[in-house]
Write a protein that binds this ligand. Structure first.
Ligand SMILES: Cc1cc2nc3c(=O)[nH]c(=O)nc-3n(C[C@H](O)[C@H](O)[C@H](O)COP(=O)(O)OP(=O)(O)OC[C@H]3O[C@@H](n4cnc5c(N)ncnc54)[C@H](O)[C@@H]3O)c2cc1C
Length: 424
């Protein structure tokens, strides 16, 4: 019997609990979560007529670990049309609009940006092939080893824009098209780390974008339901201390419990956990604060310099001139003529936006993510996931990318490492 503690009931922690029961059948798992809900940064607002994602919004068919979990649990997926219904707005006017199949988009882009377009596509194809190889590696390893083994390490070592320029991609194409796209995912312009930029682009370049029909936070909930774990909500872990026997003492409130192995499934920068008796030190990362405002009303098309006869795209991305807004998502209400608008920004938005954007708008929810994802910088080596024998840090992968896929991939890797350590 292996007594395993998982700290954090986000998608990472919940998939770690699920994989523990799959790969280490004699494990007994306790999941500690400081909030009173499961899901972490997967958070679906579902109080009214439709589900809206306040956190992780999309995944795609290349996200193999997430897709396999969705299949295994029999969850229903919604394929989104947004892939072909996206516009880029520079704060004054729409500079790119697409409601056509990908082929026509590429043709349109080629006319304007010439050889930069096929160069980008070749780069994406090659990198996609390297990412696919990651899934063929059965043996668990540190993330930096995984990346080196498949030739992906240059991506986290360099800035995204530098990699693009080195490949002969034009600055104008980067500023006008690529940067707004990477900003949908990571709300960051300057010095974006290469792998983060790459994963953002691959997400939108792919054949489809998915969301779960019952909301993305149904995945972590269903993962826990499918594994006989003990879930302790409103249980903040204060400290982890290594005992002289090599086990780990965890303190929650005034209660201490001892475990054979521990998986930390939350960024340590925000978890406020004291770790004692473990030699490995990690460098703190800076996290991006993100504001999500969900509003409803009749949209004033003139705000985007559109005519009354123009169709509103599903997503409007903003290029850097329009800071601090990064994205508008639009959804027609199934019950009225109104539109739901979700606005993402890197600074709080004033009520003047409500007045300008709507003819009769109101705010439904304001949600702030104090630590949405790291501010991705190039890093010579990804931090360790194995802090000690039996102590795994899942979110070390966030130095490369932060997504549902990276956390589930890291969870599977952590469980395989623990299994390997137990077998030897
Ligand atoms: C606005 C936004 C949009 C995003 N969009 C996308 C997207 O479209 N696609 C995508 O794939 N990804 C997206 N992401 C990223 C994705 O949501 C995250 O990478 C992923 O959900 C992280 O999961 P996790 O389980 O590793 O961490 P988290 O979800 O952060 O879970 C950690 C959990 O640990 C708990 N916790 C923290 N400290 C303690 C403690 N001391 N004791 C007990 N519990 C603790 C927290 O309460 C939390 O529930 C987005 C994120 C944000 C914020």
């Amino acid at each position: 019997m292996v007594n395993l503690a998982v700290i954090g009931a986000g998608i990472g922690g919940c998939s770690a609990a699920y994989f523990a029961h799959k790969y280490i059948p004699d494990s007994k798992v306790t999941v500690y979560e400081m909030e009173n809900r499961v899901g972490g940064r997967a958070f679906t607002y579902s109080k009214e007529e439709m589900n809206t994602e306040l956190g992780a919004e999309f995944f795609n068919p290349t996200n193999k670990t997430v897709c396999n979990l969705v299949d295994e649990l029999g969850l229903k997926v919604k394929k989104l049309k947004e892939t072909t219904d996206i516009a880029v707005w520079n704060g004054t006017e729409i500079i790119f609009k697409s409601s056509q199949p990908m082929f026509y988009n590429l043709l349109k882009l080629f006319t304007k940006y010439k050889l930069s377009v096929p160069r980008l596509l070749r780069m994406l194809r090659e990198a996609n092939g390297q990412i696919k190889k990651l899934y063929t590696k059965e043996k668990p390893a540190e993330f930096w080893e995984h990346f080196e083994n498949v030739g992906l390490d240059k991506w986290h070592k360099l800035r995204f824009d530098n990699i693009l320029v080195n490949m002969g991609i034009d600055h104008k194409f980067i500023d006008e098209i690529i940067t707004p796209i990477t900003r949908i995912i990571y709300s960051q312009n300057a010095e974006l780390g290469g792998f983060a930029g790459l994963s953002a682009l691959l997400g939108v370049y792919g054949e489809a974008i998915y969301r779960l029909k019952d909301g993305n936070d149904s995945l972590p909930r269903k993962l826990l339901e499918a594994s006989p774990s003990k879930l302790e909500l409103e249980s903040k872990v204060k400290s982890i201390e290594k005992t002289s026997k090599g086990s780990f003492r965890i303190l929650v409130g005034e209660n201490a419990s001892v475990f054979d192995a521990v998986i930390i499934a939350t960024p340590l920068e925000v978890a406020d956990i004291a770790i004692d008796g473990v030699p490995k030190q990690l460098q703190a990362r800076e996290y991006q604060k993100i504001y999500i405002r969900l509003m409803k009303g009749t949209v004033n098309l003139r705000y985007f310099n559109l005519n009354a006869s123009d169709k509103l795209p599903s997503i409007i991305l903003t290029s850097k001139q329009a800071d601090p807004l990064t994205r508008f998502s639009f959804n027609k209400s199934p019950k009225s003529d109104e539109t739901w608008v979700s606005v993402t920004s890197t600074e709080p938005i004033g009520n003047d936006l409500l007045d300008e954007l709507f003819e009769n708008g109101r705010t439904i929810v304001d949600h702030t993510w104090n630590a949405a994802y790291p501010i991705f910088k190039p890093t010579p080596k990804l931090p360790s996931t194995c802090l000690d024998k039996g102590l795994l840090y899942l979110n070390s992968i966030e130095s490369a990318a932060s997504s549902l896929e990276s956390s589930t991939f890291a969870a599977l890797n952590s469980i395989k490492i623990i299994k390997e350590q137990l077998d030897t």
